[in-house]
Ligand binder design. Structure first.
Ligand SMILES: [Zn+2]
Length: 186
């Protein structure tokens, strides 16, 4: 019981309590998918690698391809933007941990996201969006680690080509045994 009173006092200090039918500003954020030109291939979808003998090979851009999908030339990332709207409280729910306000029939929001003015709600929504955008940035930088595999891809494909060429040579020899024998006889 003491905890309930403490919790309510804390909520009260942070935000004022609202009554049924009060018009308040609800701070939330919305998810937006953004698209930018690939920072590695600049939209070309391939990368050129110069080998030690100055010859060039082109590989699928690892920056804008995912898994076995071909490179797209752009990368997408999630962005959170503020989304503030005025609502009318039609339900109040008090628990030992928080006070929740319902609006639009069923939606419930925590007291910490409800404000008397639009300005205050905007500040809170910006805070929420920035917090989430930081997380998205972290995800993007984790993706960049795939850079280390680019040169490995070149190495791997060239090795496979060499092996395949050796195979062809070996099989061609097996199919021209007579020619080899003739060569020895002469
Ligand atoms: Zn790319």
């Amino acid at each position: 019981m003491l905890r309930l009173v403490d919790g309510m006092l804390m909520e009260k200090r942070r935000n004022k309590m609202y009554k049924l039918d009060d018009r308040v500003w609800y701070a939330q954020m919305k998810h937006v998918e953004k698209r930018i030109v690939c920072p590695e291939c600049f939209g070309k979808r391939y990368l050129t690698v110069i080998l030690g003998d100055d010859s060039k090979v082109t590989i699928n851009c690892a920056g804008c391809s995912s898994g076995y999908d071909p490179a797209k030339g752009y990368i997408t990332y999630s962005q959170w933007e503020t989304d503030v709207k005025e609502v009318v409280i039609d339900n109040i729910e008090i628990t030992s941990k928080e006070i929740r306000y319902g609006f639009d029939g069923c939606y419930r929001a925590n007291n910490t996201n409800m404000f008397a003015t639009r300005e205050k709600a905007e500040i809170r929504a910006t805070e929420l969006a920035e917090e989430h955008n930081k997380e998205e940035l972290k995800k993007l930088s984790r993706k960049e680690k795939s850079n280390s595999t680019w040169s490995w891809n070149v190495h791997y494909y060239r090795k496979e080509i060499r092996n395949a060429k050796q195979d062809i040579e070996r099989y061609e020899k097996r199919l021209s045994v007579a020619k080899n024998i003739e060569g020895e006889v002469k």
